[in-house]
Design a protein around this ligand. Sequence first.
Ligand SMILES: Cc1cc2nc3c(=O)[nH]c(=O)nc-3n(C[C@H](O)[C@H](O)[C@H](O)COP(=O)(O)OP(=O)(O)OC[C@H]3O[C@@H](n4cnc5c(N)ncnc54)[C@H](O)[C@@H]3O)c2cc1C
Length: 642
Amino acid sequence: MTESPTSTRDEARELAEDSRETEWQSPSFASELFLGRFQPDLIHEFPEQDPQDRAEGDAFLAKLEQFLKENVDAEAIDREEQVPPEVIRGLVDLGAFSMKIPKEYGGLGFSQLNYNRAVALVASHCASTAVWISAHQSIGVPQPLRIFGTDEQKTRFLPRLASGAISGFALTEPEAGSDPANMATTAVPSEDGKEWILNGEKLWCTNGLDADLLIVMARTPSKMVKGRERKQISAFIVETDDPGVKKPHRCHFLGIRAISNGLIRFENVRVPAENLLGEEGRGLKIALVTLNTGRLTLPAACTGTARQCLQISRRWANERAQWGAPIGKHESVGSMLAWMASHTFAMQAVSDYASGLSVKPGADIRLEAAMAKLFNSETCSRIADMALQIRAGRGYESEKSLGDRGEIPWPVERIFRDQRINTIVEGTSEIQRLFIAREALDPHLQKAGALIAPKSSTSEKMQSLGTAMKWYPGWYLSLWSPAQGSTPAGIPSSLMPHLRFVRRNARKLARSLFHSMVTIGPALERRQVLLGRYVDIGCDLLAISAAVSRAASRTKSEPANHTPIELADHFSRAARRRVNASFRAARSNDDRTSKKIARNVLGGQYGWLEEGIVRSCPEDAPTTNGAPPGEDRPAPEPIASS
Ligand SMILES: Cc1cc2nc3c(=O)[nH]c(=O)nc-3n(C[C@H](O)[C@H](O)[C@H](O)COP(=O)(O)OP(=O)(O)OC[C@H]3O[C@@H](n4cnc5c(N)ncnc54)[C@H](O)[C@@H]3O)c2cc1C
């Protein structure tokens, strides 16, 4: 029988907490920022790509670009909702599906930065094709296999994956989206212990319909730990041609229309015991670690999209004249161009910084990767929106329609649809903010968490009190004493005020977070909007630091070129205004009324506002699962008993 899913908030949180990564050797620039410590030496000199590595990437990118231009008709792919098999084959032959697979297993063994550059290039041309490549390597089987697989498993699977076997990552279920611990798919050991019997349903599995191999997370039998039942999730490598693997539905989307994504059903699938990845019970951790690194690629893909939007907007703003001048010369359009250019520069710096970190052994990339994902996906959305606004009617018109009536078919409408997914997959923006806030608060929870945790014992509380009393006075005083620390060398003088702003405001951020912890206590966890403001401040401080450091690095190699300084300066001014506004909003806001209104909306008190429409979801119609509205959704039907 399928076990009932994890039901309580506490259980879900406990499982998620247990699955966090916790062991790191090097400090993270971002986590130090949240503690009020601006450590410029962690971000400056900017970790530029090693020239030899870059040259290897350049050679591949040239071939890839040529292939894309000659073989990948992005408009037809979008319209027909299919990446032709010969395109996939050609990309496999080129090595685009084995970039992250080590050379000893037949892959190209690329660094994260070269992989990012390739995905960004593909994404700039055809987002659907980029998703095929990325779902396979960023989160599909090769990624967790490289980190958690045994030598035997790597030898068995990686050469196959390098030579054309497609893979995907199956975590989400109809009832388990942002909260994967709530999953209902089960794997139980067979009587002889040689197999696991898999039952359940996975939703929106990208590449799933064409994949040969999937990494599947499933609940395995619970264990008793310290007298309490502990839910277990384990990870399995599943062959999709095994009996019982069904692909009953292909999903269709607003954008990235040619991805191969669907519902995958497992009916008594017998998975060999040797296909368990990592230890039994560590599946959620494997999924979260995979996503931590996987999240480095999506920000890079967003930079490809942003650069494409910038190029189209620049061309159009020069060529299109209205009211006697090119539209780019009208101040409103010009300011959009300036925003797009300066923020594209910052996105690139953030993405490259986070990915550059990932090659340092023992580096803590959790915060940087999540912040890069949040910052780049949200910034990319605004850039795509601006590109559409600048192209106006033509931005809203499909490229086919433009082409059919004789205009140049610039694909802004498609880009706008395609990029919308980026704030949803690999952790929605809301979940990223919670994740980042959790990691930012971790040093405090380590030191004083037991003081506020309802379940901690008296001796744990006393121990925590001792640690807190030793650490907090010195740390807190340091946040008020005059800012210290060396000024990083080689920063252009016009950019120095921005770094001083980061130094000052990191301290203010740490103080504000701490004050909120003390005044709000454990309920801070539920103050998502307040925490979100702190997270957004942290993201902008990180982005200013990365943009300034990148501009300094560019100026060092090209002293006569002042454009990176201009862009970093313009970006930093905008980001500083946002930071100041967020601090103001943290003090003075409408969170209380917002909460009350939200309750009223949910309770239907403003039903009159919804009158005069043809309702898409009439009140008396069943909800999506067929249950009458207001009733709890029933537990998913067991697909088969085992
Ligand atoms: C095109 C596409 C491709 C995908 N590819 C894959 C894939 O390859 N593999 C895979 O496993 N999954 C995949 N997914 C699933 C994707 O990761 C999920 O859509 C995502 O995790 C969000 O889950 P959900 O859609 O069920 O939203 P829900 O979790 O139902 O969330 C709905 C809303 O509530 C918010 N929310 C939820 N919980 C909280 C909370 N605690 N606090 C505040 N806000 C909250 C969310 O941010 C969101 O705004 C894909 C989805 C799509 C659409």
